[in-house]
Design a protein around this ligand. Structure first.
Ligand code: PMP
Length: 423
């Protein structure tokens, strides 16, 4: 693993030891979902075997144990992203976390949440700003919010390579802007946004900043406070943790004022037949029985990443990113989207192979034991802007080796010849 991470790391991921279509598996789809180390699988099982009970309900010893494990996981995740414990809300996934903010703003716009929620209320003529490169998870909730409130959705345009710059952002964000929502790292191009600079411009205009941190939190050291964002969303399953749980980060003061879009048990202080008073964050948002074993497993995943050191993880992936781009760039006729060779990018690369549909590329690689993602990667507007219907994406993570990237490069170089689409 290039000396940055322990050589024995891969042995801790049982999934990676299997074969795919008669070849050793090269799993190059971690941007879609990452594999779990034994420590994470064991932590979830151990919790279920010994500590499972409803959390925050009743006063038994068993509930004390389960609640302790649940809240300890929250503290672990909070420390990992530079947040306070009350700034971390468990959700179903990142999509759900973004929806929770957008739906809460719709509630605030409808007058729910009282005057303290005014900061979230949108009116006709107000503007929501996204980028043209967003994952649908960070686009459709804002389209819906605009439709409900009469606000206008605007977007920061991307260039021919799918990236954008601070000047593009500054030309769209203005005095009517109330929300600026964008991805820290694009899941299609690997481009990393200038987050702190955008946040600074947004705040100067009095807008809130919502960061889609799905492709950054798993891969680099993150401090949301230092980045200056108001809300952020990420998913456990992309960072060695389980499915079924995501995280909404929010500044404490804002979370305490955001109307809870989903309501029910364990979110309240007092309920009468007419109305309900809500707890402060995070519990005001966690309606119903929580994803407890998943939270415990996510806490273990974060301890695992902390053990590797996020600086080392990022350095390992920066090397792989460079290799990935080199491998793709030397194949004639293949189009690499995103930052040009030499520019920083996350360890993922989406390509178009002219004359061959991405699904065929994916099948050709699959037959050789190489797992990639094909399609529009939930970013149709970006693909449309790039003049493409679909791309083939290879993505790396802590356990990915240079050999796997080279195998991918060698196989990709054969694709056009195999399908008779030119040399
Ligand atoms: N945003 C980005 C940038 C992503 O890569 C993804 C996952 N593909 C999401 C949002 C949505 O994550 P989830 O499906 O876990 O909610």
């Amino acid at each position: 693993l290039g000396g940055r991470l322990p050589a024995t790391l891969r042995d801790q991921f049982p999934y990676l030891a299997q074969e795919l279509n008669g070849h050793p598996l090269a799993y190059l789809d971690s941007a879609a979902t990452a594999q779990r180390p034994t420590a994470v699988l064991d932590a979830e099982r151990a919790y279920l075997e010994r500590s499972n009970a409803a959390v925050h309900r009743g006063a038994s010893t068993l509930v004390g144990t389960s609640t302790g494990a649940f809240e300890e996981a929250r503290a672990t995740v909070a420390a990992f992203v530079g947040a306070g414990d009350r700034e971390i809300v468990w959700t179903e996934n990142a999509t759900d976390a973004i929806n929770l903010v957008a739906l809460g703003m719709a509630d605030a716009s409808a007058g729910l949440g009282g005057s303290e929620a005014d900061v979230f209320a949108l009116r006709p003529g107000d503007e929501i700003v996204v980028t043209e490169a967003e994952h649908h998870a960070n686009l459709i909730p804002w389209q819906r919010l605009a439709a409900k409130t009469g606000a206008t959705l605007r977007w920061i345009p991307v260039g021919d390579d799918g990236t954008w710059g601070i000047d593009d952002a500054a030309s769209v964000i203005g005095d009517r802007t109330r929300v600026v929502a964008f991805a820290h790292v694009s899941n299609v191009t690997g481009f990393a946004a200038p987050v702190a600079d955008v946040a600074e411009i947004a705040h100067r205009h009095g807008a809130l900043v919502v960061l889609d941190a799905c492709q950054s939190v798993p891969h680099r050291p993150i401090d949301f406070g230092a980045l200056g964002v108001d809300f952020a969303a990420f998913s456990a399953h992309k960072m060695l943790g389980p499915t079924g749980i995501g995280v909404l980060y929010g500044r404490e003061q804002l979370l305490d004022a955001l109307p809870p879009a989903r309501t029910g048990g364990s979110t309240i202080t007092t309920v009468t037949m007419e109305r309900a008073e809500f707890l402060p964050s995070p519990h005001r948002f966690e309606a119903g029985t929580q994803p407890v074993s998943q939270a415990v497993a996510l806490g273990e995943a974060v301890r695992f990443l902390d053990g590797l050191g996020m600086g080392g993880v990022h350095a390992h992936e920066a090397e792989l990113a460079e290799l990935l781009v080199d491998e793709v760039a030397r194949i004639p006729g293949i189009r690499l989207v995103g930052p040009p060779p030499g520019a920083p990018r996350a360890a993922l690369a989406s390509v178009d192979v002219p004359g061959v549909h991405a699904h065929d590329v994916g099948q050709f690689l699959d037959a050789q034991g190489i797992a990639v993602r094909v399609g529009h990667h939930c970013a149709q507007p970006l693909h449309r802007r790039l003049g493409l219907r679909a791309t083939t994406r290879a993505s790396a993570y802590v356990y990915t080796t240079a050999d796997e990237i080279r195998r991918y490069g060698a196989a990709l170089a054969e694709v056009r010849g195999f399908f008779g689409a030119g040399a």
